[in-house]
Design a protein around this ligand. Structure first.
Ligand code: HEC
Length: 126
């Protein structure tokens, strides 16, 4: 190993160690946000009582409007997109601006921290 690659792997190792607890904390904080704000309308479990909105189980990486049996709005069905963290952030900031015609009656999660945390939490639902 050259000095340079030792240095590079040391930096990588430190970055990994530093970022892990932070991510775990974000997801935990995000679970709080989800329970407080989203869980009235969304379930987090794959199986569970049907609520006003579709389940959030596995939503990150899922095609929009793809929960079997859920009656989505036309806007949602026509939105040909996959829920990446970036798309989720834009949607959650202002659902009706991002997706005019969505039936998600929610004004938006304006706090950048809350949005990042809730998305970190959604990523754990698989
Ligand atoms: C008042 C009820 C309500 C609240 C509160 C709410 N949602 Fe929704 N959500 C819905 C409905 C209804 C839909 C389906 C919308 C459509 O078909 O246009 C939806 C759709 C979604 C979708 C798209 C799912 C898919 O399968 O394409 C995501 C992602 C989502 N909501 C996340 C959230 C998050 C995260 C929160 C909390 C910050 C939240 N929602 C708060 C009712 C709600």
């Amino acid at each position: 190993m050259t000095h340079r690659s030792i240095l590079a792997s040391t930096i990588l190792a430190i970055a990994t160690v530093v970022s892990l607890p932070a991510n775990a904390q974000d997801a935990a904080a995000g679970e709080g946000v989800f329970k407080r704000v989203c869980s009235t309308c969304h379930n987090a479990a794959a199986e569970g009582p049907r609520k006003l909105g579709p389940t959030m189980h596995g939503v990150v990486g899922r095609k929009a409007a793809s929960v079997e049996g859920f009656r989505y709005s036309t806007a949602k069905r026509d939105a040909d997109l996959v829920w990446t963290p970036e798309k989720l952030s834009a949607y959650l900031l202002n659902p009706r601006e991002f997706m005019p015609g969505t039936t998600m009656a929610y004004a938006g999660l304006k706090s950048d921290t809350d949005r990042a945390n809730v998305i970190a939490y959604l990523q754990t639902l698989k």
